[in-house]
Design a protein around this ligand. Structure first.
Ligand code: FEO
Length: 395
């Protein structure tokens, strides 16, 4: 395994985790990469970020294809989450002469995570000279954790923004334009929806702070997936600006689970009604759909309609699981309604409304509940409810 050059003085030396299918509950059908970058000056060499602990041998092999790991002088920890910092102790053992730096919060995070490991703090305004090539830093709290930081090499005009602008995409290609720009942009949106959606204001602030630095950027090299340059760079930044602003379109997401088909019939009628009203509709069976895909659809939608039949006086577990998943992501500005069916006892819709309220999401569009199988009248009512939701989405 060899390093890949991404600019004159910077090599990608990360790891490809093609088999990863779950990233803390976020389904990753295309796997991911943990990106690390080797920055070489005439006097010193720096490693920006490490990888998940199990992938340290892969990182070291790639470093070895460029320099002796023992000759590395500096390790930058942009983020303490274990996918980037988990292998730090092993990497430090292979680079015994390296000074290790992180943001102020990162220093505390590294010490706590690794049980007393001491590293140095860097911040905005600090410059580390590698000899003809320098590194600068920009702390960006909550993009994705309090410790998060961007690292910049002005001579190569490369920004290494860690989780920001990342995508869960395992590929041998290192640039979005090589891997397929549309695919990379779609995975950028999936990643944003499932990881950064609740942090939109902090991400927007980080983008403002970055603009205020005046740093010229030709390449954005995140810690997951592919890097952005040229048209891809402009389009990725444009997409981030839309996502952080919470831009939506006339779209309704209908997501349901079903036992004997009644709730599915209602979901279909509701979806048809919303479509008749002129809204775009995405329909998901939550028992068969990755939550990450549903949430990606929700990112730029205006309405969410959730359906469940009643089992033991409550909702089915895929629906309960999805409400729990959403409670952390706090989707803002969505109009929400619930629907469902029951046999001898109702309960699902009331429980959905109550759990959504606990998550801070008001089911303001109300509910539709039917007993046993929906009649033609019930289906007409469901379609009318869907039409009203579609009109709401169209604004
Ligand atoms: Fe890729 Fe927040 O770690």
């Amino acid at each position: 395994m060899r390093a890949t050059s991404i600019s004159e003085g910077i090599h990608w030396v990360g790891a490809i985790d093609a088999g990863l299918r779950d990233f803390h509950g976020f389904e990753t059908p295309r796997g991911t990469t943990y990106n690390a970058y080797l920055v070489r000056g005439s006097d010193r060499t720096a490693l920006v970020d490490t990888v998940k602990a199990a992938f340290v041998p892969e990182l070291l092999e790639r470093v070895r294809s460029v320099v002796d790991p023992a000759s590395v002088d500096l390790i930058v920890v942009n983020h303490v989450e274990p996918d980037h910092n988990g292998g730090l102790r092993e990497v430090m053992a292979a680079m015994p002469g390296a000074r290790v730096v992180a943001s102020g919060s990162g220093v505390r995070g590294v010490a706590e995570y690794h049980g007393g490991l001491e590293v140095e703090a860097v911040g905005a305004g600090d410059v580390i000279d590698l000899g003809g090539r320098t590194l600068r830093f920009l702390p960006v709290p909550m993009v994705h954790w309090p410790d998060s930081m961007f690292t910049y090499c002005p001579e190569d005009r490369v920004l290494m923004p860690n989780d920001a602008l990342g995508q869960h995409l395992a590929t041998e290609e290192r640039f979005a334009d090589e891997a397929g720009l549309e695919l990379a942009l779609e995975e950028l949106a999936v990643y944003y929806a499932n990881i950064l959606m609740p942090l939109g204001p902090q991400v927007a602030k980080a983008v403002e702070k970055l603009a205020a630095t005046g740093w010229g950027i030709d390449t954005l090299a995140p810690s997951h997936g592919v890097a952005w340059r040229g048209e891809g760079l402009a389009r990725a930044l444009e997409a981030y600006s839309r996502m952080t602003a919470g831009e939506t379109r006339a779209k309704v997401v209908v997501a349901y689970a079903t036992m004997w088909g009644s709730t599915r019939e209602l979901a279909t009628a509701v979806a048809e009604g919303a479509r008749e009203a002129g809204a775009e509709v995405e329909l998901f069976d939550l028992a068969a759909s990755p939550f990450a895909a549903v949430t990606r659809a929700l990112l730029d939608s205006r309405v969410l309609l959730l359906g469940s039949p009643t089992l033991h006086h409550g909702m089915l577990h895929p629906v309960a699981g999805y409400i729990q998943y959403l409670s952390g992501l706090k989707p803002a500005g969505k109009a929400v309604g619930v629907f469902g069916s029951y046999g001898w006892s109702s309960g699902a819709t009331a429980q959905m409304t109550s759990r959504l309220a606990e998550a801070g999401i008001a089911a303001e569009l109300g509910e539709i509940t039917v007993k046993y199988r929906p009649t033609g009248t019930d289906l007409d009512a469901a379609a009318a409810w869907g039409r009203a939701a579609g009109e709401r989405a169209r604004g």
